[in-house]
Design a binder for this molecule. Structure first.
Ligand code: SER
Length: 312
């Protein structure tokens, strides 16, 4: 059967690269990008695009019928830092968009769903190092609460209604094609832009705040690998822990200085420090490695090399 794919939130940090990767694999015309605003030129020019509000069930149903979509990637969400400022808007967007897609799965209007979760599902009572797949969670942020609830609903729809929904708890994602927006891990992208433009960066987290991170190429590869894995191999229907690397802002600054020796980092922690403090510093992804052969490729050194080379 021909696969027709819809990406919701295609113009965001992950959506942009995921759309291009899926178009390359499945053919430009078979991968429909959608968002509430237009994206960059290569995304807009390489295949179909629809303006679509993920919380509008009728509009979503219409696009799915028109393009005969069978696979949906729901990448629209309000991230952690912005969600603290607009709790109700974040809850509405993050939850209603998920229910829309899950209900389309329940009604058998689509066959397969990808929905991203996050390291934000963990909270201050979670063991911080090498955080296990199943452990204390108790998220303390609006974003984390929405992601944890989403995970519970995904598993519920799989068990009760046989909806094939798959998910990854992404770490902070580092990319050069599209900027992140409103996240607590955004410093790890901003640093490279500022290092090149100004030779200096003021970090909004303390220098010793270790967080789990991943280079975007790894995240896209993981997403596609999970979606292509046999049904039987997917043992986790809430969301998979995924580990790339783990480092502090200070370690990241040193990594930039290896390439740009005059780079200067300073620190002015703001409200995002409390969010970061509530998250794990490193993640155990044994389940992903065992169930669908996940293996990370990019460490900090290689990430810095790729980021500076491409942003120059
Ligand atoms: N990168 C996200 C954030 O910082 C976490 O999923 O909000």
């Amino acid at each position: 059967m021909q696969k027709y794919i819809l990406i919701i939130g295609a113009c965001g940090q992950i959506g942009t690269e995921l759309t291009m990767a899926l178009r390359e694999k499945h053919g430009n015309d078979n991968v429909i990008a959608s968002d509430i605003r237009e994206g960059n030129d290569s995304l807009m020019e390489s295949g179909p695009f629809e303006i679509l509000d993920a919380t509008d069930y009728d509009a979503l149903e219409e696009v799915i019928a028109y393009y005969e979509i069978n696979e949906v990637y729901l990448m629209a969400a309000m991230l952690s830092a912005t969600a603290e400022k607009f709790p109700m808007r974040a809850w509405n967007l993050n939850m209603n968009s998920l229910f829309n897609v899950l209900n389309l799965g329940k009604e058998k209007k689509i066959d397969k769903i990808f929905w991203p979760s996050s390291i934000a599902v963990f909270g201050p009572n979670t063991p911080k190092e090498n955080t296990a797949q199943n452990t204390v969670m108790e998220p303390s942020t609006v974003y984390g609460i929405s992601k944890q609830s989403g995970e519970r609903w995904c598993e519920y729809y799989f068990n009760k209604f046989d909806v094939d929904v798959r998910s990854i708890r992404y770490p902070g994602l580092i990319s050069w094609k599209t900027m992140p927006g409103g996240g607590t891990t955004d410093y790890a992208v901003e640093i490279y832009h500022k290092a090149l433009s100004e030779g200096a960066y003021t970090c909004f987290l303390k220098k010793d705040t270790a967080l789990p991170m991943m280079f975007m190429d790894d995240a896209i590869r993981a997403t596609m690998q999970l979606m292509e894995a046999d049904d039987d191999s997917i043992k986790v229907r809430s969301s998979y822990n995924l580990s790339g690397m783990s480092f502090t802002p200070e370690e990241m600054a040193k990594s930039v200085q290896e390439k740009l020796p005059s780079f200067k980092m300073s620190y002015e922690p703001d409200f995002r420090q409390a969010i970061a403090d509530s998250w794990p510093s490193s993640i155990d992804d044994t389940n992903a490695r065992e169930d669908w052969d996940w293996k990370t490729e990019f460490d900090l050194k290689r990430t810095t090399y790729e980021m500076l080379r491409n942003l120059k």
